[in-house]
Design a protein around this ligand. Structure first.
Ligand code: FAD
Length: 352
């Protein structure tokens, strides 16, 4: 059996960002395992790629600052450097909610502005009856999500991390003060510290091994790519109506569109439900009638997992020793990724 200092289950942003920081400490032996044969087969490779700082949780907002720093100034250990386009973002919501975001952003000294209808008159999807205001964040933008994930994993591998794909953890056991994980072909690995970063599967995996899991809620969401409409969105901010829960952004093929669907789902690969496209068309026609988009080109669905009280869980387990959770990243795991990975690694390194 191979022995490691740290075993990480799951190579999405939760596992990859922890591996990225933990491997910066020389001499640590780390295994990063994933059930899939390629990186980014679930939420971390399939998300909308929006870097967002309009957040109400000050800790998560703080974590996004570490990601922003790296996206803006790609470090030497990233293979792909041009993965971030600071398009800006524009949020619509009730005025009292926008003011709450604004207050938290001001406290964190993050540039933002409340814009009125006159100030956003260039944004062609606005109708005459929309009076605003809108919240504009110039530093938000669009991330090439797979390239970002690859950067983190490749940099970790160039240090002390062994990546093991097609390695599905079937059981977790504690034996003589070490964690042991076993896969689908009965291969085992052991480690002093175990990190459960298995996304939608994190809770189920723990329970299958008779470990207690905090309550996670798993939801399916669809994303669509359409062809370009009559007017190009190039160089315009991404747009998110928080009240109606729909968003769109530019995409190399045209537009990426989401109608904010949220349906409870078991931890298994999410399939596309055809009715969601009709719902999207209806919602966009009602709330963004001036947005013109071309025919549907692609559709996919993936899972967002929320932790207890809807919050991210980045902490030691309260029942068993040396078991760390990085799970329940919800809809902001890409944005918060590097900050939460750094936070987790600092906590974990105190035990080694
Ligand atoms: C439609 C959609 C759009 C989104 N858009 C954005 C966005 O624009 N901006 C943003 O910040 N966030 C966004 N998110 C949220 C973000 O994608 C997630 O918070 C983040 O990717 C979660 O990362 P994760 O590592 O926890 O999970 P995952 O990416 O799901 O990774 C978990 C990994 O664990 C592996 N695994 C599971 N079980 C096992 C096992 N038994 N053995 C081995 N490996 C296992 C899986 O194969 C998977 O690779 C979006 C999410 C969705 C669903």
């Amino acid at each position: 059996m191979s022995s490691f200092d740290i075993l990480i289950i799951g190579s999405g942003f939760a596992g990859a960002s922890a591996a990225y920081y933990l491997s910066q400490k020389p001499g640590l032996k780390i295994a990063l395992v994933d059930q899939e044969n390629q990186l980014g087969q679930h939420a971390s490779g399939l998300n909308a790629g929006l870097f967002r700082q309009a957040l109400l949780d000050p800790q998560v907002l703080d974590w996004t600052q570490e990601s922003y720093h790296h996206l803006k100034n790609p470090p030497a250990d990233w293979k792909e450097k041009s993965i971030y386009q600071a398009s800006g973002s524009l949020f619509k919501d009730q005025i009292q909610n926008l003011k709450k975001y604004s207050q938290i952003l001001s406290q964190a000294q993050i540039p933002h502005q409340l814009l009125n209808a006159k100030e956003i008159q260039d944004f062609f999807w606005k109708t005459e009856k929309d009076q605003g205001p809108w919240l504009f964040l110039p530093q938000d933008g669009i991330v090439q999500t797979r390239a970002y994930l690859n950067n983190l994993v490749q940099a970790s591998q160039s240090r002390s991390v062994q990546l093991k794909l097609t390695w599905q953890v079937k059981s977790i056991k504690r034996h003589q003060n070490l964690w042991q994980i076993k896969n689908q072909t009965d291969q085992s690995l052991e480690g002093k510290i175990l990190i459960n970063a298995a996304g939608a599967w994190a809770g189920q995996l723990a329970q299958a091994s008779q470990l207690q899991a905090p309550p996670f809620s798993i939801y399916r969401r669809h994303l669509f790519i359409s062809a370009q409409g009559k007017k190009s969105l190039k160089d315009l901010p991404y747009y998110w109506d928080l009240e109606k829960n729909l968003y769109f952004r530019q995409d190399p093929q045209g537009l990426l569109l989401c109608t904010g669907d949220e349906e409870a789902h078991p931890p298994e690969k999410a399939k596309v439900e055809e009715g969601i496209w009709s719902a999207l068309q209806k919602n966009f026609a009602q709330y963004l009638p001036k947005l013109d988009y071309g025919k549907r080109l692609q559709a996919w669905a993936c899972l967002r997992t929320k932790g207890p009280q809807g919050k991210m869980l980045v902490d030691w387990d309260s029942q068993v020793p040396n078991f760390f959770w990085i799970a329940g990243l919800g809809g902001h795991g890409l944005s918060a990724s590097l900050g939460l990975g750094k936070f987790a690694s600092q906590k974990i390194l105190t035990k080694l």
